[in-house]
Design a protein around this ligand. Structure first.
Ligand SMILES: Cc1cc2nc3c(=O)[nH]c(=O)nc-3n(C[C@H](O)[C@H](O)[C@H](O)COP(=O)(O)O)c2cc1C
Length: 199
């Protein structure tokens, strides 16, 4: 069992007991310009790859940018706001999913790849790394620049690195550098059929 981090304990409480590792993961925007050792990065990607998928098809693919040259290739398709903070992150990973198998359309490619991102984020947090997913970027431009084939869907871009001080962020986004909240779990639960409250 992990221990709840101090900065998290102040703002996040789970209504029902869960592993503190789940609460410890959050999405900061301040990253240190410090390299992630290759083996640590590979552990994080390995965890993602152990996610479950329909028919064990493993539809996730990860395009990793971990050198300055590789990251500079990503910057032109990232929206201005996201670029303002993610440029410092030492690793960017574009997550795509294979939409077909040799049997045809693969309906759960996005669901399965979302699970892989969840595993990635949790393992990263356990390894002392921060992650921040983004969809605020130009998908068509990313497809063109990174030569992503049409039978692969772009899911999200993820910044990975060591968390930096919030003072290092552009002023406008400093106040948002805190672990977020959730609505009560019962607000998203139905019982029996859609729309029926979980009692
Ligand atoms: C698929 C996805 C896309 C997101 N896109 C952005 C984004 O473009 N820019 C951004 O600053 N945060 C983005 N986020 C971060 C979310 O706002 C954040 O995960 C959410 O507020 C919950 O906070 P937490 O991750 O700290 O628990 C994204 C998250 C996900 C999962």
């Amino acid at each position: 069992m992990s221990t709840l981090k101090e900065e998290v304990a102040q703002v996040r409480q789970a209504a029902y007991p869960i592993d503190p590792a789940v609460l410890n993961r959050w999405s900061p925007r301040s990253f240190l310009e410090k390299e992630v050792p290759e083996n640590t990065l590979l552990s994080v990607l390995e965890a993602a790859h152990w996610a479950p998928s329909a028919f064990n098809a493993q539809p996730w693919r990860f395009i990793v940018a971990r050198t300055r040259e590789q990251r500079e290739k990503f910057f032109p398709f990232i929206g201005e706001f996201n670029r303002s903070w993610c440029e410092k992150a030492p690793v960017l990973v574009l997550i795509v999913s294979k939409t077909v198998t040799d049997k045809g359309e693969f309906p759960s490619h996005a669901f399965d790849t979302g699970a892989a991102w969840g595993f990635l984020a949790l393992e990263a947090a356990k390894q002392g790394l921060a992650t921040h997913a983004m969809t605020g970027f130009d998908f068509a431009k990313a497809r063109e620049i990174l030569e992503i084939p049409e039978d692969h869907a772009i899911q999200a871009l993820v910044a990975i690195g060591y968390q930096g001080a919030k003072e290092n962020l552009p002023e406008g986004i400093r106040a948002r550098e805190v672990p977020s909240q959730r609505v009560p779990v019962k607000d998203v639960l139905y019982e029996g059929s859609f729309g029926k409250s979980f009692k």
